[in-house]
Design a protein around this ligand. Sequence first.
Ligand SMILES: Cc1cc2nc3c(=O)[nH]c(=O)nc-3n(C[C@H](O)[C@H](O)[C@H](O)COP(=O)(O)OP(=O)(O)OC[C@H]3O[C@@H](n4cnc5c(N)ncnc54)[C@H](O)[C@@H]3O)c2cc1C
Length: 373
Amino acid sequence: MQVDEFRHGVRAWLDDHERDVTPSADAAVSVAAQLDHQRRLQRMLFDDGWMRWGWAQQVGGLGGSPTLRAVLGEELTARAAVHTTSWSMHEVLGPAVAQFGAPDLVAEIFPRLLRGDEFWCQGFSEPEAGSDLGSLRTTAELNGDVWVVNGEKLWTSFAHHATRCVVLARTGRPGSRGISAFLVDMNTPGVAARPLRTMARVEEFCSTSFVDVEVPAHRLLGDVDGGWKVAQHILSCERGAIFWQRGAWLGYHLGLLLDRADETGSAAALGQAFQLLWAFRATSKATQERIATGHLPGPEASVDKIMIGAAEQAVFDTARELLCGAIESGDTPAAQSWRREWAYARAATIYGGTSEIQRDIVATHLLELPRSA
Ligand SMILES: Cc1cc2nc3c(=O)[nH]c(=O)nc-3n(C[C@H](O)[C@H](O)[C@H](O)COP(=O)(O)OP(=O)(O)OC[C@H]3O[C@@H](n4cnc5c(N)ncnc54)[C@H](O)[C@@H]3O)c2cc1C
């Protein structure tokens, strides 16, 4: 399937299914409604094949370039048919599980992920380990043919709605070389996901505890003590492919603001947001082209991450300026939705690795500057 043909086909499908594609007003402010809508739409897209292009046949896909997945995400988010935060999860976690998971397991569960019958979350960060992920304290000890996991994860997005979680746990020595990755079922006894409410009053991520959680040996991803490689794979997907669709999501919101530009006369702020967004999209396009040739995004994707953080905050700060108080105190569904997006933009310089950490990666890996003492 060629990219242009695919894009045409997706657009026509979305036009034909407009009623199913358009989320309810609830989905903009309630995570449960957002995921319900995504599940329904994803099932339809899977059954009609669109969701399967760009994934290998061994995992239930129809083959073709990963660019096809980026195009699907772009077309969906450019019309706000899905919310990027949840739509991106299969794109962040799926490639690493497909690569490092036991082939029988992957063949069994992956089609369910693509069809929306399952939703996966990412259990990396902990109360004392975010930027310094190598210091994580969650442990996994082998007992016969099961690993017993104990510890606490923090900021686990959508864990309270997830079927499975990619968990990083310490199986060996201190530091990044003593960490393993596991695919843990969220309904295993001992797993508890407690939702945390964001400042936009949305329950989007959780504090997730693991108490004597028994994980079968075949749920190990990659090698024992080889979890860092899995984590790096996932983080590079998080910093790479998914930004393309997030750019389209920002473009959709900027478009809504441009429609109001004449009423408000905030041309300078809009121009600045537009410039940052399009500079980001140019950089992200180059990343998508590298991914299309089979390469994982490397340290250069840190530049994309820094740029999207700036663009995202510029778009929603402009919204705050233009919407005159709606974000602070409006109570219409539209105002609540803008509030959620503005608040989420604060996190754009934090999630997936903070802007400070990305600048450090740029300095050491791209510019090859010496590390400061
Ligand atoms: C919306 C959102 C969703 C998230 N979803 C998930 C998820 O699904 N799964 C998951 O595992 N995690 C998730 N996270 C967590 C995210 O990965 C961490 O918040 C992030 O890595 C930063 O870690 P921290 O919060 O512990 O901050 P810290 O690491 O404590 O950092 C605090 C401050 O210190 C700065 N800092 C730290 N170290 C350095 C350094 N060496 N040099 C310069 N400055 C430094 C940081 O830049 C930051 O400003 C999410 C976070 C957000 C905001």
